[in-house]
Design a protein around this ligand. Structure first.
Ligand code: GRG
Length: 268
């Protein structure tokens, strides 16, 4: 009860936002329109859940949060890229993100794709340059690349996108296993790696890393179930994007599979 999560998160979010702002002050060679699109999406008001988890993991391992700010920002950059690309017409086709027009609605599709590309690469530049010593930077780059890549977030997104196709109505594709596998990669991997990066920059031991990752898996699943529930129950203004989309598209979701009550129980 002595721990006020809202207050701690607010304080950490302010530090993360200041660092993000500094990191996307891009100079020489970056066209103004591209920089504007990068800043528009990265600095838009989000919860900063993943970077907050990085900082809190570092603190849990006994180090000051300052040491974790570059890794925290790198995770948020990859997250912001994924949201920009996810909103594109070829993906989830969303007009609204974080309570404002999606990046491609504001800047056009080509600039939005490039802003996503630039954020993804900037994340690794920041890790390589700002994390010390170099072997920890290399470990962070490897971990983030694995989580965000073809067997992680991108793979989960690919299966999710394929699931929207009318041909995928076989019963197996509608199983709990499929649902959890998609979410573990699409959403869970980035939440898990946030905790792993926090531990890595703190030079934590294997037991600490595993404990944090186990926590990350549980939080990731609870987060996804809640996201599905908000899509069913949420108001657009509260969630900052269109509500009710999942059922319109016949998407595989936790409330769709287990009902809202059982889904809430599982998230709890
Ligand atoms: C395009 C490669 C690629 C991947 C996209 C993350 C993702 C994968 C898609 C987002 C689609 C979505 C709504 C997923 C549900 C969970 C989720 C990641 C929600 C958005 O994250 P929040 O709630 O957003 O942390 P804020 O804006 O607070 O950062």
């Amino acid at each position: 009860s002595a721990f006020d999560l809202t207050r701690v998160a607010d304080t950490l979010r302010a530090r993360i936002d200041a660092s993000l702002d500094a990191y996307c002050e891009l100079s020489d060679g970056c066209p103004d329109e591209l920089q504007a699109a990068i800043r528009y999406s990265l600095l838009a008001p989000g919860k900063r859940l993943r970077p907050i988890l990085v900082l809190m993991a570092t603190r849990a391992c006994g180090r000051q949060v300052e040491v974790a700010l570059p890794a925290a920002c790198a995770v948020e950059m990859v997250h912001a890229y994924s949201l920009i690309h996810d909103d594109l017409p070829a993906m989830d086709d969303d007009d609204l993100r974080r309570g404002q027009p999606a990046c491609h609605k504001k800047f056009g599709e080509a600039t939005a794709i490039l802003a996503g590309d630039a954020l993804l690469t900037l994340a690794f530049e920041v890790l390589a340059r700002e994390v010390h010593p170099p072997r920890v930077a290399a470990a962070c780059c490897g971990a983030l690349a694995r989580a965000a890549g073809a067997s992680g977030m991108v793979g989960g997104q690919a299966d999710d996108v394929a699931g929207h196709l009318p041909t995928s109505d076989n019963p197996e594709s509608r199983s709990t296993h499929t649902l959890e596998s998609i979410h573990n990669r699409k959403t869970g991997a980035m939440i898990c790696v946030a905790l792993r990066l926090g531990a890595l920059v703190a030079e934590a031991d294997q037991t600490q890393i595993e404990a944090l990752e186990n926590y990350g898996r549980c939080v990731g699943l609870a987060f996804q179930i809640t996201d599905d529930l908000l899509d069913v129950q949420g108001q657009e203004a509260a969630i900052g994007k269109r509500a009710g989309k999942d059922s319109v598209r016949g998407k595989l979701t936790f409330p769709g599979l287990f009902g809202a009550e059982e889904s809430s129980r599982r998230a709890e």
